[in-house]
Design a protein around this ligand. Structure first.
Ligand code: ADP
Ligand code: MG
Length: 697
C-alpha cells in the first residue's frame, strides 16, 4: 500500500492546499466565507479558480464539472474543458471565477416535479465552498447546489445547506441562554455506515433482474443461507480484501476517511464505516463512496449491489445515519457533560431530538421511503417502519425520574435533579446494545437506522436538522421569555419528557408485540411508500419547512410528486422485467424440461411396463400446474402494466402499483420459485441464490 499520509486527500482542494496556494488574504477570506455561509466576491472567486485550475492540471485534470445531486439519487456531472482557443490560434488552459461560481447544466432531463415547467425552463448550479473540490478521473469536480432560475431547489444539497443553517441559528440561541458567547455556529454532523453486497460479475451478467432493477425478482432460497452465518462471518475472502484495500485507497485520495472492514450478517454482505464530518460533506462523501464501490468492484471482476433488498430471505442493506451537532468551538452537543450545567444543556438538546422524532415521525419515515426500502422496513430484520427512540436503560431511568418527578438514584448516591446534580455516565456499549431500534442514542450521537443502502443521506438529514431546529426554536422562545431561566428550564425539560414519552422505547423493535404496543401509543406505522407519502404535504409539515426556510410549499409539493413518480416507475420497471424473464426464459425452460422428462418416461416404459416413473410423472404434473398458474399470472401482470398507463394522478398510480402490480409480482414469484426447486439445474436459465451468494470466494 502506498503511504497513506501522502495519498490521503491528495486529490482534494482542501484548506491545506488552499493555504499553500492562495495569497494569504484570499485564503482568509475564503475560510471566513465558508465559516459564515457567505458568498465570495467575483475577484476573490477568480483568484481561487485560477489556483484550483493550476492544482487540478498538476493532478492530471483536463476538464472541470459542476458536480451536483439532482433528485434522481445519483450525482450528475457535465464536463467542460479548461482549454480555450486564443485569437492567434494558440490553446490556453483557463478557468474563470464565473465558471467556478455558477454553471448552467442542460437540466431539462432531471426530475423537477413540475417545477421547471411551471416556472422557468433552465436551472443553474452554484458552487458550495463548504464541500471541497476534488479531482476524479481527470476531472476537477466542484460540489454545487442546483436550483431553478427562480430560486427553487432542484437538488438535495440546497435544502440540506438551508437546514444546516436553520439548525445552527436555533442551536446558537439556546447556547446563548446557557451563557455561551463564543460559539459562532453549530454544525450537524453525520457518519453514514454503508452496507453492500459483492457478487461475481459472471453471475451478475446472467441475471436480467439484477441488471435492470438492482434486485433479484426470482430465486428460491439457497440450501445454506443466513442460518449458517457464523460459518461465513469472520475471515474476509482474499478477493474481497483486495477490493477493500483498493477502495480505501481511492477514497482516501478523495479525502473520505473510510474503513471498509467487517463482513455483515448475510453471506456476500459487507459494510463500510467512514469517519463522521459535517452532514453536507458526509452526504457528498457518501455519494462518492457508492460510486467508487461500483467502479472498484468492476475492476475486481465483481459487481457491488447497493439495493436495499437484493435477495429475498437474506438480510437487506441499510445505511445507518449517525447524527449529532457540534459547535465551531469543538463541543459535541449530545455528549453528556461533566457538570450539572452541562447536564442540563445536554438534556435539553436530547429533549429537542425526542420531540423532533415524536412530532415528525411521518417526515422521518418519508425521508427513507422508496420502493426498495419498503422491502426492508418492518420486514422482521432492519428496523420496523415505526419510529421510536432507544435511549438505553440508564438514560431511560433518568427520563422516567424527570417525568414522574421522582428522585433518580441510579448508581450514584445523590438523587438526580436537572441542573443541580451530575448525570450518571452512560458507557457507550450499554447504549448501543439494542440493534432493533429505528433511532438509537449511542452515547454521544443518535443512529438513525432506517435509511436504505442506495439512498442519499441528504433527505434524512434535511428532515432531522429541520425538525430539531423546530424543537430548539420552541424551547428558545420559551426560555428567552422566562423570568427565572433555571426554573423554566427544569419545567421545560419535565414537560417535554412527559409530552414525548411515547416515542421512547427500549424493547425489541422486531417483536410483533411492539407493533401492537406502538399502535396503542398512537405511533405511526407507515408500512409502504404510498401509505407514507401523503403525509409529506400535510399542513403541519409544509409549515415546518417554510418556518425554517428549508423548502417552500411549492418545493415540498414538487418533491412529493417526484417521490411518488419514482415509486411507480420502480415498480413498473420491475413488473416489466419480471414479465419478460418469465415469458422469454422461465416458461420455455420449464416447458422444455417437462417435455424431456415426458420423453424419458416414455422411453423407460418402452423398456418395461414395470419401470417406476413416479419421479417423472410427479414432476411433470406439478410443473404443469405451476406452468399454467405462472402463465395465467403473467397475463394478469401484463394487463395490469397496460392499465397502469391509463391511471392519472400520482397518488392513485403509486397505490395501483403497490396493490395491483406489486401484489401480482409477489404471486408470480411464488410459482416461479417453486418451479426452480424442482427443475433440473441444467435447464434453469439463471444462476441460483447459492451461486450468487457464494460466488466470491
Ligand atoms: P464508536 O466506535 O465510537 O462506537 P461507531 O463505530 O459506532 O462509533 O461509529 C459509527 C459511525 O458514527 C462512524 O461513521 C462514526 O464516524 C460516526 N460518528 C461518531 N461520532 C459522531 C458524531 N458526533 N456525529 C456524527 N457521527 C458520528
Ligand atoms: Mg454503529
Amino acid at each position: 500500500m502506498s503511504n497513506v499520509s501522502e495519498t490521503f486527500g491528495s486529490m482534494v482542494f482542501s484548506p491545506a492546499v488552499m493555504q499553500a496556494r492562495l495569497p494569504h488574504d484570499v485564503y482568509k477570506k475564503v475560510m471566513h466565507a465558508i465559516k459564515h455561509d457567505e458568498r465570495l466576491t467575483p475577484e476573490i472567486a477568480g483568484v481561487v479558480a485560477n489556483a484550483m485550475k493550476d492544482w487540478a492540471i498538476e493532478k492530471g485534470a483536463t476538464h472541470f464539472t459542476h458536480w451536483f445531486q439532482p433528485m434522481t439519487g445519483v450525482t450528475a456531472e457535465k464536463h467542460d474543458g479548461f482549454i480555450h482557443a486564443t485569437d492567434d490560434g494558440r490553446a490556453i488552459m483557463e478557468f474563470s471565477g464565473k465558471e467556478l461560481i455558477q454553471g448552467e447544466p442542460d437540466a431539462s432531463s432531471f426530475p423537477s416535479g413540475g417545477l421547471r415547467s411551471t416556472f422557468e425552463a433552465r436551472g443553474y448550479t452554484a458552487w458550495d465552498p463548504t464541500s471541497y473540490a476534488f479531482v476524479k478521473d481527470g476531472v476537477l469536480c466542484i460540489p454545487t447546489a442546483f436550483a431553478s432560475y427562480t430560486g427553487e431547489a432542484l437538488d438535495k444539497k440546497t435544502p440540506l445547506l438551508r437546514s444546516m443553517q436553520a439548525l445552527s441559528k436555533q442551536a446558537v440561541r439556546i447556547l446563548r441562554l446557557f451563557g455561551n458567547t463564543e460559539v459562532g455556529n453549530v454544525r450537524a454532523t453525520a457518519g453514514a455506515e454503508q452496507e453492500y453486497f459483492l457478487i461475481d460479475k459472471s453471475v451478475y451478467d446472467k441475471r436480467e433482474d439484477l441488471i435492470y432493477t438492482g434486485r433479484t425478482l426470482f430465486g428460491a432460497r439457497p440450501p445454506k443461507g443466513q442460518e449458517l452465518d457464523d460459518h461465513y462471518f469472520g475471515a474476509i475472502k482474499p478477493r474481497v480484501s483486495a477490493f477493500m484495500k483498493d477502495l480505501n485507497e481511492e477514497l482516501w485520495k478523495l479525502g473520505v476517511v473510510a474503513k471498509t472492514e467487517h463482513n455483515e450478517v448475510a453471506p456476500a454482505q459487507h459494510e463500510l464505516a467512514p469517519v463522521f464530518s459535517t452532514v453536507n460533506i458526509a452526504a457528498d462523501h457518501n455519494q462518492l463512496t457508492m460510486e467508487l464501490m461500483r467502479t472498484v468492484a468492476k475492476r475486481h471482476g465483481m459487481e457491488c449491489l447497493l439495493h436495499e433488498k437484493p435477495f429475498a430471505g437474506v438480510n437487506g442493506s441499510g445505511k445507518h445515519n449517525n447524527w449529532s451537532m457540534s459547535t465551531d468551538t469543538g463541543e459535541n452537543l449530545l455528549e453528556p457533560g461533566d457538570t450539572p450545567g452541562q447536564n442540563a444543556q445536554f438534556l435539553l438538546f436530547l429533549c429537542a431530538v425526542l420531540k423532533a422524532v415524536n412530532d415528525y415521525q411521518d417526515l422521518l419515515r418519508i425521508s427513507v421511503a422508496t420502493a426498495g426500502n419498503d422491502h426492508r422496513l418492518g420486514a422482521n430484520e432492519a428496523p420496523p417502519a415505526i419510529l421510536s427512540v432507544y435511549v438505553g436503560d440508564e438514560l431511560a431511568a433518568v427520563l422516567d425520574a424527570i417525568q414522574h418527578e421522582e428522585q433518580y438514584l441510579g448508581s450514584g448516591k445523590e438523587p438526580f435533579k436537572i441542573g443541580v446534580s451530575v448525570l450518571p455516565r452512560f458507557p457507550k456499549d450499554s447504549t448501543d446494545r439494542n440493534r432493533t431500534s429505528s433511532f438509537a442514542f449511542t452515547g454521544n450521537k443518535f443512529e438513525f437506522r432506517m435509511p436504505g443502502s442506495s439512498q442519499s443521506i441528504s433527505g434524512a438529514n434535511i428532515t432531522l436538522n429541520t425538525a430539531v431546529a423546530e424543537s430548539l426554536r420552541i424551547f428558545a422562545d420559551r426560555l428567552e421569555a422566562a423570568e427565572d431561566m433555571d426554573a423554566e428550564l427544569r419545567q421545560l425539560i419535565h414537560d417535554v419528557v412527559c409530552e414525548n414519552s411515547r416515542i421512547v422505547f427500549n424493547g425489541n423493535g422486531y417483536d410483533d408485540a411492539w407493533v401492537a404496543e406502538a399502535e396503542k401509543r398512537g405511533l405511526l406505522n407507515l408500512r409502504t411508500t404510498p401509505e407514507a407519502l401523503p403525509y409529506y404535504i400535510k399542513d403541519k409539515n409544509i409549515k415546518l419547512f417554510e418556518t425554517h426556510k428549508v423548502l417552500t410549499g411549492t418545493e415540498v409539493h414538487s418533491r412529493y410528486e417526484i417521490m411518488q413518480e419514482n415509486y411507480a416507475k420502480t415498480i413498473k420497471i420491475e413488473a416489466m422485467t419480471m414479465a419478460d424473464m418469465v415469458r422469454k426464459d422461465i416458461l420455455p425452460a420449464v416447458s422444455a424440461y417437462t417435455g424431456d422428462l415426458a420423453g424419458d418416461a416414455a422411453a423407460k416404459k418402452a423398456v418395461s411396463d414395470a419401470v417406476d416413473i413416479s419421479y417423472e410423472t410427479m414432476t411433470i404434473s406439478r410443473l404443469s400446474e405451476l406452468l399454467a398458474l405462472a402463465t395465467k399470472t403473467v397475463g394478469v401482470l401484463d394487463a395490469a402494466i397496460v392499465e397502469s398507463g391509463t391511471i392519472a394522478g400520482v397518488e392513485e398510480l403509486s397505490n395501483y402499483c403497490r396493490d395491483k402490480l406489486f401484489a401480482t409480482m409477489n404471486e408470480l414469484r411464488i410459482y416461479v420459485d417453486e418451479m426452480e426447486t424442482i427443475t433440473s439445474a441444467e435447464y434453469w436459465p439463471y444462476p441460483s441464490y447459492g451461486e450468487m451468494l457464494f460466488s466470491v470466494r
